[in-house]
Design a protein around this ligand. Structure first.
Ligand SMILES: Nc1nc2c(ncn2[C@@H]2O[C@H](COP(=O)(O)OP(=O)(O)OP(=O)(O)O)[C@@H](O)[C@H]2O)c(=O)[nH]1
Ligand SMILES: [Mg+2]
Length: 449
């Protein structure tokens, strides 16, 4: 919050203050019956006995002067509170004149009694949950925007904590700005070096060559070392940071995202009550150039650890040929609400270690989105993955805007349904609906797509 600045100069509050003549002094207002000049003159005169005729006419003169002064005062007061004639008139507005309120009664100003406004704070138990953001100090203003959206649409009603993680120390500005915005408790953690560096089994020359080749092939973030550390960290470590060990549920938030609709219920509690472990709002196809050997590595893992594969899994969502090849569908992991105990489970840790040893985070450019998504698809039962259709979300360049105008209006959504990515050919949501044999959501037919 910006400090309130005090001005050393008296400031005119309205244009009329500059235009109107000065109002009488406080002293004049307190003793209106004796104008100040008159008071000064009166004492010498009182010392001489007045002639009777003079005394009468002087009294009348005084009354006349007094009446004139009163008239002048009244004129000054009324002219200083009037607005210039070229200002718009609100004379007929009920708000401007309470005595003209629509029901004809004189009403004092009162609070809006509308019953359908959501309460400022939603009562009830809170889950053991936190928001989590990986960010650099330079992300401060973009994460500030994201926090504002999350607070306005959800967290001002719940006050969940927010954990910030960084491979460097957070500076004071980052802490000040984010702490001021979050309604829950904020925590700031530095990532240990061993979670944000090349493991010793990685061949540095081979990794550098790949980066050069990807740069020439113009693959997005193809030559970036830090992006690779970020993807590896989000895949295998954030949930093990000491600050995260306190929690069971997380909601991942990135800089520059938008939430478009009010969320009036506790999404963490929803996950717990419905036995969900992982969730998404957007899904799409991955660039195959960044993960050429990921699926083969996964197949090696499932062959070695069949016990980690869920019976009622979502293989049909990630493979069109019963697991032979990967169809590249993944949940977009810049948004996630999920269960930290699942990520900390033996099954997930075995999976991550297997992938990490294969080296694809550095010899290719494996993203945390396909890594999380394949794990969820194969190691969770399909009912444990939740599609948050009601969380309207944007991360450049895609928007999830819920189907159905009725829902959007009731939840004060400000997304344009034309921007909805769900039924676009590059989205994997239709496949998800087919996997579950769900009909398309209400409003699908009438919304533009
Ligand atoms: N501390 C830290 N955080 C990073 C670094 N690189 C990325 N991040 C964070 O990791 C998350 C993902 O990075 P992004 O750059 O948004 O990656 P992306 O979403 O694939 O790409 P964009 O389309 O550019 O958003 C964000 O929360 C970033 O703030 C880094 O080097 N250090
Ligand atoms: Mg991002």
């Amino acid at each position: 919050m910006r400090p309130v600045e005090t001005s050393p100069h008296p400031v005119a509050r309205r244009p009329s203050d500059l235009l109107s003549p000065p109002t009488p002094s406080a002293a004049d207002k307190l003793e209106p019956s004796v104008p100040s000049k008159k008071r000064e003159q009166s004492s010498p005169q009182q010392s001489q006995p007045p002639a009777p005729a003079m005394a009468g006419s002087q009294r009348y003169l005084r009354y006349i002067v007094f009446a004139l002064v009163c008239l002048l005062l009244l004129f000054f007061i009324s002219s200083s509170s009037s607005v210039p004639s070229n200002w718009p008139s609100y004379a007929n507005s009920p708000a401007a004149s309470p005595e003209k309120a629509q029901d004809g009664s004189k009403q004092p100003t009162s609070a809006n009694p509308a019953a359908d406004l959501p309460p400022a704070t939603i009562p009830g138990e809170r889950m053991n949950a936190t928001f989590v953001t990986l960010a650099r100090n330079s992300d401060v203003w973009e994460i500030a925007k994201s926090i504002r959206h999350v607070e306005d649409r959800f967290n001002r009603k719940f006050h969940y904590d927010w954990v910030f993680l960084n491979d460097a120390e957070f500076n004071d500005e980052f802490k000040r700005v984010t702490t001021a915005l979050v309604s829950g408790t904020t925590k700031y953690g530095k990532i240990p070096k061993e979670h944000w560096s090349f493991p010793d089994f990685i061949d540095q020359d081979r990794a550098a060559k790949v980066r050069q080749q990807m740069k020439e092939a113009k693959i997005i973030y193809g030559d970036s070392v830090s992006y690779r550390h970020m993807c590896r960290y989000e895949s295998g470590f954030f949930f093990r940071h000491p600050l995260m060990l306190d929690y069971e549920w997380y909601w991942r938030v990135e800089p520059s995202i938008d939430l478009f609709c009010d969320i009036d219920y506790d999404t963490f509690k929803y996950m717990a009550d419905h036995k969900k472990k992982y969730s998404f709002t957007l899904s799409l196809y991955e660039y195959i150039e960044t993960i050429p050997t990921l699926w083969d590595t996964v197949k090696n893992f499932t062959a070695a650890h069949p016990e980690h594969v869920a019976k009622d899994n979502s293989m049909g969502w990630v493979s069109d040929d019963g697991g032979e090849t990967y169809n590249k569908c993944h949940f977009w992991s810049n948004f996630e609400i999920g269960n930290l105990n699942w990520l900390r489970s033996d099954a997930y840790i075995d999976y991550f270690n297997h992938l990490d040893r294969a080296g694809g985070f550095f010899y290719e450019r494996w993203g945390d989105a396909p890594v999380h998504s394949i794990a969820a698809a194969l190691m969770l039962n399909k009912d444990e993955i939740h599609f948050f259709n009601d969380i309207a979300y944007y991360h450049v360049p895609f928007t999830h805007c819920p189907s159905g105008e009725d829902y959007r209006l009731k939840h004060k959504c400000h997304c344009n349904p034309k921007d909805n990515f769900d039924w676009n050919g590059y989205s994997c949501l239709t496949r998800f609906y087919e996997l579950h044999n769900w009909p398309k959501p209400v409003g699908y037919e009438t919304d533009p797509h």
